[in-house]
Design a protein around this ligand. Structure first.
Ligand code: CAA
Length: 258
């Protein structure tokens, strides 16, 4: 599909595969990339045939950050009035599950974009970091919050204050990534996880995503009640009947998505 300048999008069965495609700038996230990603993710969310999305970059870089050259001449009003980076909240509002498949550099906005994903799968070459302090600024697409939630205060503070990069193995050990795979197998491995998710009943998949994310936003008692109400609600779906009948009949479920 050629409607985008900065990303490549293809559908492989029920999986949408999106590849960042600004090799000349190590996939730096300028405003055009943000616009393209928003549009591709909105199209994915709206397409009932699509059940999971994989976002990846190149071998060298998932994304080396927000585009520094684009930001360099801006002043406070130019950043504040259009709420620069505010558009990424549309990506975090994606309702259906998606996976970031990260090889090479995931720095600044690149690390932040990966952390918006529901699952990060890392190549053994992946390097995560929030080096914005070296530019006289700070994370701006959620890094100070999501990195802290993922790896805890000690490592997040150290990384954001020094700009140190974290390799794939440390990222897995620290809870930032779900698994590490050989770089050559990255997209294939991410596609396998995406296919496993795509094979699940879609209403329950969105409910899982909502309730796990609630753990980051709600106090425990409220989160538990939210989980239970969604769980109760699933008993109003045909897929609950089908899933439990299929279990009793020792066969796979045949999902209706309602
Ligand atoms: N913005 C714009 N251009 C970038 C870029 C970025 N974030 N990262 C790399 N590029 C460009 C380089 O300028 C270079 O372009 P030219 O050939 O025209 O000079 C090209 O991509 C290749 O990069 P390098 O020559 O630097 O490649 P390298 O292998 O020597 O180094 C790197 C790789 C260590 C990742 C280095 O490119 C780098 O440090 N990049 C910047 C990383 C960074 O600071 N990211 C944070 C950005 S700010 C941010 O993201 C704010 C936020 O919170 C959202």
């Amino acid at each position: 599909m050629s409607e985008y300048n900065t990303i490549l999008v293809e559908q492989r069965g029920a999986i949408t595969l999106v590849k960042l495609n600004r090799p000349q700038a190590l996939n730096a996230l300028n405003r055009e990339v943000e616009k393209d990603i928003r549009a591709a993710f909105a199209a994915y969310d709206a397409d009932p045939s699509q059940r999971c999305l994989v976002l990846t970059g190149s071998e060298k870089a998932f994304a080396a950050g927000a585009d520094i050259k684009e930001m360099q001449p801006q002043g406070f009003a130019e950043m504040y009035l259009p709420d620069w980076f505010g558009g990424w909240e549309h990506v975090s509002a994606t309702r259906k599950p998606w996976i970031a498949a990260v090889a090479g550099y995931a720095l600044g906005g690149g690390c932040e974009l990966a952390m918006i994903a529901d699952i990060i799968i890392a190549a053994d070459t992946a390097k995560f970091g929030q080096p914005e302090i070296k530019l006289g600024v700070t994370p701006g697409i959620g890094g100070s919050q999501r990195l802290t939630l993922a790896v805890g205060k000690a490592k997040a503070m150290e990384m954001c204050l020094t700009g140190r990069m974290m390799g794939a193995e440390e990222a897995e050990r620290s809870g930032l990534v779900a698994k590490v795979v050989p770089a050559a197998d990255l997209v294939e491995e991410a596609m396998k996880t995406a296919e496993a998710i795509a094979a699940m009943p879609p209403v329950a998949a969105i409910a899982v995503k909502e309730m796990v994310n609630a753990a980051f936003e709600m106090p425990l008692a409220q989160g538990l009640r939210f989980e239970r109400r969604l769980f109760h609600g699933l008993f109003g779906t045909e897929d609950q009947k089908e899933g439990m009948n299929a279990f009793a009949e020792k066969r796979p479920g045949n999902w209706k998505g309602r």
